[in-house]
Design a protein around this ligand. Structure first.
Ligand SMILES: [Zn+2]
Length: 147
């Protein structure tokens, strides 16, 4: 049970928090450049741990944008909504369209072994909460017609 030590109040998983996270709500902004430092972002596939309301954890292996410079992980909300809807329709029809929070990432090994179907306690032992949830606005260009 040593892993539980150091878990802060409000923290979900038992592992140390990792990454900052941005759930991108903009359909027209894909953040191929980091909204923080403007460097190109990379694609990273990460097992995300999502908590629905009412509480129901769901894990999902999702390709995200990642800026190594800022340790910032970006997931597009429209992608996630679509994937979660498919999962919910199949497994949790009561949760379709409900609010959710992307809590953090799961250890890849645990995700592959399918621990998400084990007990909640087992699941928590494999979860890194995000260090921080951030919000950004896409850069907008003003287009002024000159006639
Ligand atoms: Zn950056």
């Amino acid at each position: 049970m040593a892993k539980k030590q150091g878990r802060k109040p409000g923290q979900f998983g038992y592992l140390p928090p990792q990454h900052k996270f941005f759930l991108n709500p903009y359909h027209d902004a894909r953040f191929t450049r980091c909204p923080k430092c403007d460097r190109p972002t990379k694609l990273r596939k990460k097992p995300l741990l999502i908590l629905f309301k009412p509480p129901q954890p769901v894990s999902l292996n999702k390709t995200c944008r990642y800026c190594p410079n800022c340790d910032l992980l970006i997931a597009h909300k429209d992608d996630l909504d679509r994937l979660l809807q498919t999962i919910c329709l199949q497994y949790f029809p009561d949760l379709v369209g409900n609010d959710y929070l992307v809590v953090g990432t799961m250890e890849r090994k645990a995700w592959k072994e399918g621990l998400q179907s084990g007990s909640l306690e087992e699941l928590l032992n494999t979860v890194h909460d995000f260090k921080q949830h951030l919000e950004f606005e896409p850069a907008r260009y003003m287009w002024v017609k000159d006639d």
